[in-house]
Design a protein around this ligand. Structure first.
Ligand SMILES: [Zn+2]
Length: 279
């Protein structure tokens, strides 16, 4: 989450033409998901979340994954990646996770997953933390932001009243995997095994202070104002987990750690829901 080292990054070529040519392609990125959605009854590409930026129309990619039927009501989880455009690890991991769920649908039994793999499309294209308007979108939530991406995501957060919210990030100042736990009391019981699962691939950051916040065994209870979260007045609070991978690790390990953590959260939360009526 830290932005400290970014200002020191040298610009290789700041001419507008070069930066345009250097842009990442979101259609290329999402092609595997579009192929799955074209033939799968469980994955829906929910196009149409368009917004304007710099005189161009952009799309905020949205997918809906409907798992095999479980209990009564489907559990609604929102998964968000790429709100910082220079953190592609979470974006790729979420795409991998969706592909895995297509191969192993039982993992999503009882769930309705709302997937937002590229929350900052212009920043992802430009490889920048901020959106093309220059804003860190993850400091803009529930503060009357005029940023179109934030307003779109806020309306999704209101409309779907998620039972759980998971965000994926990269930290270039951390040597290990860690996370933020907010919202429902049981969040702690979800993030702990999630960090354990990620620990098969990447060490946990065990420092007492991470990203300027007090931490305990890789878990931070504090957080940044304006970070993506459920609407402030929503009660009961959903579980809210932000997972942070260290940026220096090899790509395949970062993705494997995210996927393992996500898988564990779905497994554990479904267990909680199954036992809750009997408590
Ligand atoms: Zn981030």
């Amino acid at each position: 989450m830290s932005a400290t080292s970014l200002s020191a990054m040298p610009q290789l070529d700041s001419s507008p033409l070069a930066s345009t040519l250097d842009r990442r392609s979101i259609p290329d990125l999402l092609a595997p998901l579009e192929r799955i959605a074209a033939r799968s009854p469980s994955l829906v590409a929910n196009h149409g979340a368009n917004f304007e930026s710099g005189g161009e129309t952009h799309e905020l990619p949205r997918y809906l994954l409907i798992g095999p039927k479980g209990g009564d009501e489907p559990i609604r989880i929102g998964l968000f990646a790429g709100i910082h455009g220079d953190e592609p690890e979470g974006v790729h991991a979420l795409i991998k996770f969706i592909s895995l769920l297509e191969l192993k649908p039982d993992l999503a039994t009882g769930y309705c997953l709302f997937l937002y793999p590229v929350c900052n499309p212009t920043g992802f294209e430009d490889r920048t933390r901020q959106s093309r308007s220059g804003k860190d979108l993850n400091r803009e939530f529930w503060r009357g932001s005029i940023e179109a991406e934030v307003r779109l995501l806020q309306s999704e957060l209101v409309a779907h009243s998620f039972d759980g919210i998971i965000s994926l990030h990269t930290d270039d100042t951390s040597h290990g995997f860690y996370g933020y736990a907010h919202g429902a009391t049981l969040t702690r019981s979800l993030i702990e095994p999630a960090l354990d699962s990620a620990g098969q691939f990447l060490p946990r950051n065990e420092l007492d202070v991470i990203d300027g916040f007090r931490a305990c065994k890789g878990i931070i209870r504090d957080g940044y104002d304006g970070a993506l979260c459920a609407p402030p007045k929503v009660r009961p609070r959903p579980f809210e987990i932000t997972l942070e991978t260290p940026s220096a690790a090899p790509t395949y390990l970062k993705e494997a750690a995210f996927v393992a953590a996500l898988r564990t959260i779905l497994l554990r939360y479904r267990e909680f829901i199954a036992y809750a009526p009997n408590l």
